[in-house]
Design a protein around this ligand. Structure first.
Ligand SMILES: [Zn+2]
Length: 495
């Protein structure tokens, strides 16, 4: 498509004066959103689990032409949600070529553009911006200044050009003016100093701002969106009242509501499609990894106020795949199939993402991490094997059986040893694994059953990954042990 290249051509195109003057950025977003809603289908691509909660509220905020804020703990896809708003901007937006603040060709607000139009008239050159170029993002920190955000006056430039100090030609524009006619997102809004919030408010309210005491008029056209941690945002004095008043909608985000949703998000975000080795990730491995985050969010040793980010399962998945990849490469195996032991090896992806309470700190991040995995394994095991009689396997250990399953051991060597445990390979069917499947998958399934029994303390395992009868507190009859008893499932095992 050939776009008009001069102001004169623009006047006689689809970007006529009448159209552009009535199409402020919030109108444009509203208009494109209405079109999407009428067409049906997904409103925002790549946003999982918010279909019935966050998305409808964001839609309402945009239809209302509000500035809005997303309130939620870390790792709740707030930034992703805000970036997805670019899908509501026009494919191309004309502006006066060379303008730092992307002036509307028909109503330029900067001095440079006004002079350009006066000099060149209809031959003033026009350039275009894509939706991504119209999205500006800033992480708020206490040291952000008015100069960063709004701009600064350059006195040397002013003196040299003989301009008055308050002339727009002497302003070095900050991030907000550079987002003119686009979307400006400020993350962690409460971290912005009070006087910067005042500056922001003045721009939103009147289009006026003072820079170094000089009044500057900047009637910007910007859709402002924010994110914050709910506790910071609602804390008294963190946000100046007039600014809070100008934020039309407050929308709460949340973590994935179900393990299935979490799995879908992790599958979308984690880097698992790698060139080279073939990879197969069993469903129960997805489930255990996701449950680590769910279990951690409930754990009283983990700080509730900072939350447990979705980035935890995402990073764990990447590490798990890498550990399986490493084993496949060193053993020259055809397919990398993650095992539960790979999840225990992914501790570096867990400990750094947990903010621990005092009790957790005392225990140590590694120990808490291992216990979270163990609980996640126990819960996942119950989904497949609740009520299934595993007595034969337990007995094999009770009679003195021992088996070492190093995480680096080849599938072939492990399969030879697990086949020696009577009844074990007969139990893998509920995991979707048969004796015709690749041995890497069979081994992973067998190990999952042993890890499940260990998580339920029916057999023991030491640090060197040798499974034994272990120390049992009491002999319980089989049925009672495997029953779906909530008190049993919530009991927190320890190493
Ligand atoms: Zn301009």
């Amino acid at each position: 498509m050939n776009f008009p290249r001069t102001l004169g051509e623009l006047r006689h195109s689809a970007f006529s004066e009448e159209t552009l003057l009535s199409r402020h950025v919030k109108d444009e977003m509203r208009d494109n959103l209405a079109k999407k809603l009428r067409q049906g289908g997904t409103t925002f691509n790549g946003i999982i689990g918010y279909e019935d909660t966050v998305v409808p509220q964001v839609v309402n905020a945009i239809l209302s032409r509000h500035n809005f804020i997303l309130l939620g703990l870390r790792g709740q896809a707030k930034s992703r949600m805000l970036r997805a708003l670019t899908s509501l901007l026009d494919e191309q937006m004309p502006y006066i070529a060379g303008c730092e603040i992307h002036d509307n060709p028909y109503t330029p607000i900067c001095r440079y553009c006004r002079e350009e139009v006066r000099k060149h008239g209809d031959s003033t050159p026009i350039a275009y911006l894509t939706p991504e170029e119209r999205y500006v993002e800033k992480l708020a920190t206490p040291d952000v200044t008015i100069a960063d955000l709004i701009g600064d006056i350059d006195p040397i430039k002013a003196a040299r050009g003989g301009h008055e100090l308050s002339s727009e030609l002497t302003v070095h524009y900050g991030l907000l003016p550079r987002a003119n006619r686009g979307i400006f997102a400020i993350n962690e809004l409460p971290d912005l100093a009070g006087k910067i919030q005042v500056g922001l408010f003045n721009i939103m309210q009147e289009g006026d701002v003072q820079i170094k005491g000089y009044p500057i008029r900047l009637p910007l056209d910007v859709a402002l969106v924010f994110s914050a941690n709910p506790e910071d945002y609602t804390a008294r004095g963190k946000i100046i009242t007039p600014l809070k008043d100008r934020i039309g909608s407050e929308i709460r985000t949340h973590y994935a509501a179900t393990v299935e949703e979490g799995i879908a998000i992790t599958a979308q975000e984690a880097w698992i499609r790698r060139n080279g080795n073939r990879l197969y990730i069993p469903k129960y491995v997805h489930e255990v990894i996701e449950r680590i985050a769910f279990v951690a969010r409930e754990d009283k040793r983990v700080d509730k106020r900072s939350g447990v980010s979705q980035r935890l399962p995402i990073s764990v998945m990447e590490n798990v795949v890498s550990n399986a990849e490493r084993r496949a490469l060193t053993n020259d195996e055809h397919t990398a199939v993650p095992r539960i032991s790979d999840i225990y090896s992914a501790m570096p992806a867990i400990t750094g993402k947990l903010e621990l309470e005092y009790e957790g700190e005392m225990k140590g991040a590694d120990n808490v991490g291992r216990e979270l995995i163990r609980t996640a394994v126990a819960k996942t095991y119950d989904e497949y094997f609740a009520g299934v009689n595993m007595q034969q396997i337990v007995q094999w250990f009770d009679l003195g059986g021992e088996i070492g399953l190093a995480e680096s051991a080849s599938a072939k060597s492990v399969l030879d040893s697990v086949k020696g445990i009577q009844g074990l390979m007969d139990k893998v069917a509920p995991l979707g694994v048969g004796l015709k499947d690749p041995i890497e998958s069979q081994v992973s399934a067998a190990e999952f059953i042993l890890e499940g029994l260990y998580a339920h303390k029916r057999i023991g395992r030491n640090e060197e990954r040798v499974f034994t009868a272990g120390e049992k507190q009491s002999k319980r009859p089989e049925k009672q042990f495997d029953r779906e008893d909530p008190s049993m499932r919530q009991r927190r095992p320890f190493n």
